[in-house]
Write a protein that binds this ligand. Structure first.
Ligand code: SF4
Length: 362
């Protein structure tokens, strides 16, 4: 089983916290990407034929800006099956029932909406161009367009965010037809406009004890409306695609800046549409970085990533080095991990302090 990822870098406006490779949605860029994706597919095809495709994911950027015809052309080349999960990311401002119906009709069966908040004040802090009202409308438009697998993203730890504001967002969730939710705390990543202002903004984010309360209240609310936490930041019907990342399923990434993990190696494409296109025009794969972690660093990293899943990891056949086993025992003594025969999983405390667990293991 494999997964495929397509990076569509167009956005109407760059958000101040975004560290992805994103460019303005200029129509003249569309043919460059379309031709690049076609050529990259042809070059990668020998690796893909005869493989079963578990999931396809169009991310970005805002992939719905590329257009149903362009996304449809990509899908037409792929021998997916009726059980393949096919996701597209969208933003509320352009997610109308009419547009989403077109995506549904070309085979997309899962929608991931960048809602971020259902409180207009938080959306203004994030300088998003949609309102909370538009976000709710977009979710219902997705349902009306025939999507029954709808995921939304929410963000917390925002400058000026209060517990009351967060509860205002959480209290609206039970009335929405969503099957999945991804929860992120705001981070200040280099090369973003928020990063440049971080000294001021960090004074306005909730302090650590409030941040923990925001997280805990979200977990309680989501579990109470049937969206079970199955991974540190994911709730509801498990995403086939993301579960592949956490369990080490091979995946190939297409498009500028796309990452891949294949036969123990990880590599990424150039983060520039023009260079991406140029390399493909000369029949070269647009890969600019590649690495293969040696044993035991590869095992340690995979263990840390897979522990994000609530079900934990059965390490029976893993050949863990003795020092990693000692680390696991010590994390267990500190109440961060639990062990059930050979299956390790995060405790409730470990779910709150996952970063510590990951750092210790890696
Ligand atoms: S809409 Fe999403 S991908 Fe586009 S700039 Fe904002 S955060 Fe980044």
């Amino acid at each position: 089983m494999i997964s495929l990822y397509f990076h569509i870098p167009f956005c109407t406006k760059k958000c101040p916290y975004c560290h992805f490779y994103v460019i303005p949605n200029t129509k003249s860029h569309h043919p460059l990407l379309a031709e690049g994706l076609e050529r990259e597919w042809e070059l990668r095809w020998p690796q893909i034929e005869n493989k079963q495709i578990a999931s396809i994911y169009f991310g970005g950027g805002t992939p719905t800006l590329f257009g149903p015809a362009e996304i449809g052309a990509v899908l037409q080349r792929i021998p997916f099956s009726s059980t393949t999960e096919i996701t597209i990311e969208a933003n509320p401002e352009e997610a109308t029932e009419e547009l989403l119906s077109q995506y549904r009709s070309i085979g997309i069966n899962r929608l991931s909406l960048g809602v971020q908040s259902l409180d207009d004040r938080s959306l203004q802090t994030l300088e998003r161009i949609h309102s909370a009202h538009r976000a709710r409308d977009a979710i219902f438009a997705a349902k009306a367009a025939g999507f029954d697998n709808i995921s939304i993203d929410l963000m917390y730890d925002l400058p000026g965010q209060t517990e009351a504001s967060w509860h205002y967002t959480l209290d609206q969730l039970s009335s929405l037809p969503i099957s999945h939710l991804s929860l992120y705390n705001l981070t200040f990543e280099p090369h973003t406009s928020f990063y440049k202002k971080r000294e001021t903004l960090l004074l306005q984010v909730p302090p650590p004890e409030t941040s923990l309360k925001l997280l805990q209240s979200a977990v309680d609310k989501l579990e109470s409306i049937g969206l079970k936490r199955y991974e540190i930041s994911a709730f509801g019907r498990p995403s086939v695609h993301n579960s592949g990342y956490w369990t080490g399923r091979p995946f190939l990434g297409f498009g500028p800046s796309a990452f891949s993990y294949w036969e123990g190696k990880r590599f990424s494409n150039v983060s520039n549409l023009h260079r991406y296109s140029k390399q493909l025009q000369s029949n070269q794969l647009p890969v600019h970085f590649e690495e293969a972690l040696p044993y035991p660093a590869n095992i340690r990293e995979r263990l840390a990533v897979q522990l994000r899943l609530r079900e934990g990891v059965d390490t029976t056949s893993w050949n863990l080095p003795p020092e990693t086993l000692a680390t696991l025992d010590s994390l267990s003594k500190n109440g961060l991990l639990e062990k059930d025969t050979d299956r390790w999983r995060l405790s409730e405390k470990g779910m709150l302090f996952y970063d510590t667990v990951a750092t210790e293991i890696i």
